[in-house]
Design a protein around this ligand. Structure first.
Ligand SMILES: NC(=O)c1ccc[n+]([C@@H]2O[C@H](COP(=O)([O-])OP(=O)(O)OC[C@H]3O[C@@H](n4cnc5c(N)ncnc54)[C@H](OP(=O)(O)O)[C@@H]3O)[C@@H](O)[C@H]2O)c1
Length: 376
């Protein structure tokens, strides 16, 4: 457990019609493996999940917060598979888990785990990815990795399907050739889901992000700890628990800076971030200030966002209804509101927006499964 948590010290996603906030309906929280179809799954045409001619898959870190969500998302999206292997540490090996009405025994992750596995979804932390990711690739497995282990490695695509799916177009399933694909950091995904459609229109030259991040971003144990330590959490917030670097930024903040440049393939974009943990169980919120090369007024921005895949606009000024972490928890779409001209900038050269997204879902498991879907 990290120090700050120990606080005692619309591509594949939906293309929502304009203003269709009602279709952003709540999903039941926490039922595992039996969730109904996600409202925002345009790939729901993929069905008959368990079938002979589908890839064999493995979920690494299946007992964790993201691992559990992988299983929910695979079910929600009828992801086709020939077989599924549930992998975790020695501690969990031998335990039983039910997935899509079948019983499975959790296996210990070893070097042999990937024999015959076509796609492996990794979420067991960076060191496990570094150790086992390349071994899996050697066995011909395509690894979609949720950790930061390979994100900034040059020839590893860093993918948000709605943003830069083309960067993984050279990776093909069924050729017996393994590969690594990295899932960006959760805060980066949530931010760029909203910022990219605007960037495409008016070119972002500078972006300043302030995050309000949920406890579950630090894993299942942190969620439990939040429940146990509600009193300490409830009246406070904390700088993100990632290590502080020599430039004064923490690692989470620098991930947002570097990953944005890689995903947008734009080394010139200037990004700054401040990442804060708040006493929220699930879903991150982010205040994003954007500066553009070309003018973009707030009405046009709202229209662009209303038509962006995987994004829903909640921006009701009259009733003060804007995105909240609770409202986006267990949802696929990233919600955007507080869309307004930045009065500190000239003309229409700047905007402020407020974004909320479920970081376990779109920030991790859903994004990874969407990546895997693009391999099919
Ligand atoms: N939580 C989020 O919101 C989020 C978002 C984006 C990305 N991520 C990334 O996803 C990864 C997992 O995060 P999480 O929040 O799901 O963590 P978590 O809840 O703590 O789960 C960790 C998982 O890793 C497994 N594991 C630990 N040591 C292992 C080993 N030696 N061999 C095999 N499996 C091992 C654990 O298995 P046991 O139960 O057997 O120990 C568990 O299944 C991290 O890299 C994290 O940065 C998390």
């Amino acid at each position: 457990m990290n120090s700050a948590i120990n606080m005692t010290s619309k591509l594949h996603s939906s293309f929502l019609p304009s203003n269709n906030i009602l279709s952003f309906s709540p999903k039941p929280t926490s039922p595992r493996f039996t969730l109904p179809h996600s409202s925002s799954s345009s790939k729901s045409s993929i069905c008959m999940s368990l079938r002979e001619n589908a890839p064999s898959i493995a979920v690494v870190g299946v007992t964790g917060a993201v691992g559990q969500e992988f299983l929910s998302v695979l079910t929600d999206r009828n992801f086709p598979y020939r077989s599924i292997k549930l992998l975790a540490s020695k501690r969990s090996a031998g335990k039983q888990m039910t997935f899509e009405d079948r019983n499975y025994v959790i296996e210990e992750l070893t070097a042999d785990s990937f024999d015959g596995v076509d796609i492996a979804l990794f979420s067991a932390g960076g060191s496990i990815s570094k150790q086992f990711g390349p071994l899996a690739v050697e066995k011909g497995t395509i690894v979609v990795d949720n950790s930061s282990a390979f994100r900034m490695v040059d020839d590893v695509p860093l993918i948000i399907p709605e943003v830069n799916y083309k960067a993984m177009s050279h990776i093909k399933l069924g050729k017996g050739k393994g590969a690594l694909i990295a899932n960006p950091n959760c805060s980066t995904i949530i931010c760029l889901m909203a910022a990219t459609p605007l960037h495409r229109y008016a070119k972002v030259t500078r972006m300043v992000v302030s995050t309000y991040q949920a406890a579950s971003g630090a894993g299942a144990a942190a969620m439990e700890e939040l429940e146990l330590q509600t009193r300490e959490y409830a009246f406070n917030l904390f700088s993100h628990n990632a290590p502080i670097l020599s430039n004064g930024y923490n690692e989470e903040e620098m991930k947002l800076v570097k990953e944005t440049r890689k995903i947008w393939n734009d080394l010139s974009v200037r990004v700054s971030a401040t990442c804060i943990r708040v006493p929220v169980m699930r879903a991150h919120a982010e205040s994003v200030n954007l500066q553009f090369e070309n003018p973009l007024d707030e009405d046009t921005a709202r229209e662009i966002l209303e038509n962006a895949p995987g994004v829903v606009v909640i921006d009701d000024r009259e009733s003060n209804h804007f995105p909240t972490p609770l409202e986006v928890s267990n949802k696929d779409d990233v919600a955007v509101g507080r869309i307004r001209r930045d009065v500190s900038q000239d003309g229409d050269s700047g905007l402020d927006i407020f974004v909320c997204g479920d970081q376990i879902r779109k920030g991790a498991a859903l994004n990874a499964v969407q990546i895997a879907e693009m391999l099919l």
